[in-house]
Design a protein around this ligand. Sequence first.
Ligand code: ADP
Ligand code: MG
Length: 670
Amino acid sequence: MALNMPIIKLENIRHSYKVGPGNLLVLKGIDLSIEQGEFVAIMGPSGSGKSTLLQILGLLERPTRGRYFLLGKDVSGLSDDEGAALRSKTIGFIFQMFNLLSRTSAVDNVLLPAIYSGQGVSSSKALELLQDVGLSDRVHHKPNQLSGGQQQRVAIARSLINSPKIIFADEPTGNLASDQADEILEKLCEMHARGITIIMVTHEQDIASYAERIIKIKDGQIQSDEKNTNPKHPLNKAQKSQNEAAFASSPHVLSDLSWLEVKENSSSAAKAISANKTRSFLSVLGILIGVCSVIAMLAIGRGAQKSIEARISGLGSNLIMIWPFSSAAFHGGTGTVSRLTLTDMDEISHLSSHIVAVNGEVSSDEQVVYKDKNTNTEIDGDLTSYASMHSAQPYYGRFFTAAENNDVARVAILGQTVVDTLFGKSDPVGRQIKINRISFKVIGVLPPKGSSAWHDQDDLVVIPLKTAMMRLGLNGWSSSSSRGRYLKRIEVECDGPNSIDGVMAKIRTFLRARHHLPAYKDDDFTVRNMQDIQSALTGTTKTFGILLGIVAAISILVGGIGIMNIMLVSVTERTREIGLRKAVGAPRRAILAQFLIESALLSLLGGTIGVFLGVGIAFLMTHYAGWNAIVTPQSIILAFGCSALIGIIFGFWPARKASLLSPIEALRYE
Ligand code: ADP
Ligand code: MG
């Protein structure tokens, strides 16, 4: 900018406000030019348009008509953000109402414009400025701990933080007692002495007399424009010229999101959240419950899947299983039920040379007693082939022998849970227990297999099949009238994967003939190999996963709405703060970022509590309910990621709303 160009030049500025259906013309053609380094007072009666003029000069309001040159540049057509950038680097504001951020210390208030200027201002400069205005002992006080005069001095320090060329002050002493007002005016004079152009609005002659030039407006027009030949504090000319050299044309480049800004935004968000603890907590409750239940359910699902996997992997892959009911019943529906007998098992074992072993099983829940302890547990009668088919070689003691089965021997192998219940830490092998009042000798302990939400695989006792059928009268699925005669299941082991299909076909043909099934009838039994069973279980897990996803989606939606709701409230509550931030140079992007950070923080808070609760629930289930719940790191990362994302997605609308507020309207907001 050429030095002979005025710092401010207005050409025929007109401004009208929309009021109701019509327009109210407030400025009626203002021509004005102000040189760099001047101290100008704008005077006039209330309602004459002083503040409107100052807001136009400060780029907070765009004139309806006319041209405005600031630093030699036509700024009448600047966008919001360009205006913000120019404000941030060249203009300082002092408002009648101080407009400090509450809950924020003096020094942080002073630093506020610096975070948007991108000039890397250090906090030591803020401390210096506070010292200049005589507040070095109040730097950590919040606005509500300062007097009016002190607050306005903080505001003065704030207006200087970005080394502005021009200070606009709108009735800076309007809310102050006269002795405090004098202090403020002295500060303005000092700033003027340093070469800063000062434009101050006042309606008091006494205050205007500090200025070098007094412009009086009335009814939106300049009435008089006179030099004040005898200002109260004459300007030190020597100091004024010092700054002239440093005066360069000012870029209005938009600043990018800076670390300083993120830090300030996060701490102001944290303050806003902690200032309304109950409200914040209630608003994140949705996210909290959602995340908590997703974590807990994932953990239980994972545990269930693990134990299913463990169960299946314990079974040989060449296994075929036969149940005495139709596959409709197998899948939980109603279907035909038939019977499997020992003779069936015997004949099946001779169906093919590919069959290596067979096992028949009966099963029932019975009372088991040792001394004064007792438990109700699953009693399985099996053949010796059970041990290899189910990877159930006792890790302690031994399995029963074929001879013991034939002799209907009363021997039992216990699962770990039964051992724990009946024997605690003492050695069970060799002891006598009673199953349904019949004495059995414990000969071994089954290897532990773990438990899931719906099944403890170690809560069982295995005894010889014949003993189970003949001594205990155990049965498969049929009614009690046929106790001890039918099998619950037959298991067949083939010599290799290639023979499975052939063997299954033979078993089906055999059983259909045996049950006299005509061609039009479905099987009244079910033959499955491990592959079938595995894919059926995977299907179940998938269904579970989809259900879980739906639950998660609903709770996330509900949680997100909670966040959005509270963010809208927060934006409304802090409209004036938004106005101030914009006035001191925050571009739209910065306001958007600020509220996105706040909502992300809020929902992360909910997410974190949710994760802890969810993990806690999984822990309790594992340790007290005996369920196998596995919390994976992925599910925690997923929960955190989701909750941050929800905050950002659902916070976007409120944040955008905030970013689009016009600074001056926001500042006026009641
Ligand atoms: P001053 O600061 O000189 O007291 P203002 O510039 O604030 O006066 O206002 C000038 C006139 O414009 C007043 O009559 C006021 O009622 C009107 N006015 C100010 N702001 C608005 C607004 N946002 N909408 C409508 N009218 C307004
Ligand atoms: Mg006013």
